[in-house]
Design a protein. Structure first.
Length: 56
């Protein structure tokens, strides 16, 4: 189970994890303790496509 933020929690949770873990860079926290499921990636690509005027 990933430590990083879920879709509902957002970036603020990642920043809290960064402070707790004492990482100097948020990128380190995000790379080490988060994961993107296939469904999350598909959802993000669909939103990007819609934002760019595509059909999803």
């Amino acid at each position: 189970m990933p430590l990083g933020p879920s879709r509902q929690e957002g970036r603020a949770s990642a920043q809290r994890a960064q402070r707790i873990l004492r990482h100097s860079q948020l990128a380190m926290t995000m790379e080490a303790y988060t994961e993107a499921s296939d469904a999350d990636v598909r959802d993000a690509l669909g939103k990007l496509s819609e934002a760019m005027g595509g059909t999803g």
